[in-house]
Design a binder for this molecule. Structure first.
Ligand code: GTP
Ligand code: MG
Length: 198
């Protein structure tokens, strides 16, 4: 998989739309990226793709509440879900987020695997747990990519990862991955994990 070959395909705001306005379903594997607002989701995606700002399109005005599709090397999709947990979001926007997620996750056999990005420094939030539950309910394997590892002293990494594992109810064969979008830590492991599904 050549991660330098990236094409932005589509932005979807409404899961009820079919055809060109709706979710993509063309048989290619879909890897879903989810995370709390400001956790570093764009930075993680950009680090994977060796880009400075590919994922910025996802946070440009008007696109934040959308599901954004990137085609990688003509063969797999990276699906950037709208960030959640931003305190200033209105109740109306929260409802729209939940509705869009409900539509997306209820599509049968659409998602190949999920990348749930959390902040390694803090226990996962209630919203992170809700997101993890979306993956679990869909029967979708997911990896807890624990970002901002550069902010934690090496001696504290294991206990941070243990808290994440416990809070999200992860199995011992699916441990969280320490990651730093800033330093590149964990990039190879994440690519390997993704490639294990294709
Ligand atoms: P929104 O799209 O605005 O919700 O945010 P996001 O989740 O896409 O996060 P973004 O990538 O914009 O990063 C948020 C902030 O965290 C920025 O200031 C980044 O520089 C910083 N950041 C992201 N990843 C890391 C990391 O691995 N280490 C450190 N130290 N900072 C990071
Ligand atoms: Mg972003």
């Amino acid at each position: 998989m050549n991660l330098n070959n990236v094409e932005f395909i589509r932005s979807v705001a409404d899961g009820a739309l079919k055809g060109d306005g709706g979710f993509l379903r063309d048989g290619r594997p879909q890897f879903v990226f989810a995370g709390r607002s400001n956790v570093g989701k764009s930075s993680v995606i950009n680090r994977l793709l060796n880009r400075k700002s590919m994922a910025r399109i996802s946070s440009s005005p008007g696109k934040t509440a959308h599901i954004n599709y990137f085609l990688i090397d003509g063969s797999v999709y990276f699906v950037d879900l709208p960030g959640y947990g931003y305190a200033k979001v209105s109740a109306e926007e929260k409802r729209r987020w939940a509705k869009l997620m409900g539509h997306y996750f209820s599509e049968p056999d659409l998602i190949t695997a999920g990348v749930l990005i959390v902040d390694i420094r803090h226990p996962p939030t209630q919203d992170d747990q809700v997101m993890a539950d979306w993956f679990k309910k869909a029967g979708c394997p997911f990896l807890a990519v624990s970002n901002k590892a550069d902010k934690v002293p090496a001696g504290e990494l294991d206990s941070c990862l243990e808290i994440i594992s416990q809070t999200l109810g992860l199995k011992s064969d699916n441990p969280p991955l320490p990651f730093s979008a800033r330093k590149g830590t964990g990039r190879e492991e994440l690519i390997e994990w993704i490639e294990g599904f294709i």
